[in-house]
Design a protein around this ligand. Structure first.
Ligand SMILES: C[C@@](CO)(OP(=O)(O)O)[C@H](O)COP(=O)(O)OP(=O)(O)OC[C@H]1O[C@@H](n2ccc(N)nc2=O)[C@H](O)[C@@H]1O
Ligand SMILES: Nc1ncnc2c1ncn2[C@@H]1O[C@H](COP(=O)(O)OP(=O)(O)O)[C@@H](O)[C@H]1O
Length: 276
């Protein structure tokens, strides 16, 4: 069985307070983006081992044991004693990019195992398992536009459709540590809460919708800021960094039909497509 875990962007990201446990409460809107990995699982007959992971495409830092698809398998195996599996993961979504690729792989693994082995878990059950694998992981179970608060794990659905808008997603060859990005932030509430800003027409977002991480990340990595400026010069209606970086996205009106790929240099990952 094969499935295609997709990426997400953050539309606005406000870090509102530091919590006693050292983590931060935030407010954001997650929106699915059709940049996809491919994940295939087959039963591994007559094996004494429980799983085997084959990787292709972009490299993922760390051991196979720590891969989130393996963690997802182990989580359900503990409860359901699953058959041994052969896992193939083709990585296309850049890691450490604010695109939630690892979280998506984990959530899609849960959904795939649920279906393949007829585990009869509801979306709510799956979200509970996903939340144990990472804060934003549960978003990918329903994979629909979502307002998130808490540490990014308390969800409410929103009615927002950007269907047909062109997205240009640019990930430079720059690594931003999420931990350091949080450490440099002074948490505060925005004057107009994101929950209100998101209801305004997209043309208004430029003035009002903020990713708080930009303030600390841009001075350190001016090249990321330049990408955002370039996307506005290209005619984006809204552009921003996603997550704690280093990807930047631009949203363009559906009729935008120019390819901007060549403008960002060789080592840069660029995706351009229509939102669903
Ligand atoms: C900020 C977001 C928004 O989408 O960034 P991206 O990962 O998408 O870039 C996420 O909430 C990131 O969540 P996630 O990527 O799971 O972060 P983790 O690896 O769990 O955390 C890395 C470090 O960031 C800090 N951290 C993380 C989440 C949070 N709500 N408060 C924090 O202070 C902690 O110091 C933690 O040790
Ligand atoms: N299947 C996976 N794909 C990507 N990263 C993974 C995966 N499993 C574990 N990781 C680890 O998770 C970290 C964060 O990855 P990811 O979720 O893709 O980025 P981000 O948090 O910036 O959205 C990576 O540095 C990587 O070591």
């Amino acid at each position: 069985m094969i499935t295609f875990p997709n990426a997400k962007i953050n539309l606005g990201l406000n870090i509102v307070e530091k919590r006693p446990d050292g983590y931060h409460n935030l407010e954001t809107v997650f929106y699915p983006v059709p940049v996809e990995d491919a994940l295939e699982v087959n039963i591994w007959n007559e094996s004494t081992q429980k799983f085997r992971l084959h990787q292709a495409g972009l490299e993922i830092a760390g051991e196979a044991e720590n891969n989130l698809v393996v963690k997802a398998y182990k989580l359900l195996d503990e409860r359901f004693n699953l058959p041994p599996v052969d896992i193939h993961l083709f990585k296309h979504i850049p890691s450490g990019a604010g695109l939630g690729g690892g979280s998506s792989d984990a959530a899609y693994m849960l959904k795939l195992l649920n279906e393949k082995f007829n585990l009869k878990l509801s979306d709510k059950n799956l979200e509970e398992y996903a939340a144990r694998l990472g804060a934003d992981c549960a978003f990918f179970i329903r994979n629909a536009p979502t307002y998130a608060e808490g540490i990014g794990n308390i969800f409410s659905p929103i009615s927002l459709s950007l269907k047909g808008y062109q997205i240009v997603l640019v990930k430079p060859d720059i690594f931003v540590s999420t931990r350091d990005a949080f450490a440099q932030i002074k948490p505060h509430r925005q004057e107009i809460p994101l929950k209100e800003v998101i209801k305004q027409p997209i043309e208004e977002w430029k003035e009002r919708m903020v990713n708080d991480f930009e303030e600390s990340v841009f001075p350190q990595f001016p090249a990321i800021k330049e990408i955002k400026e370039k996307l506005y010069q290209e005619g984006a209606v809204y552009a921003a960094m996603t997550g704690s970086g280093s990807s930047v996205f631009g949203l363009f009106k559906p009729e935008y039909n120019k390819s901007v790929k060549e403008d960002f240099g060789e080592k840069t990952f660029v995706y351009q497509g229509a939102l669903k």
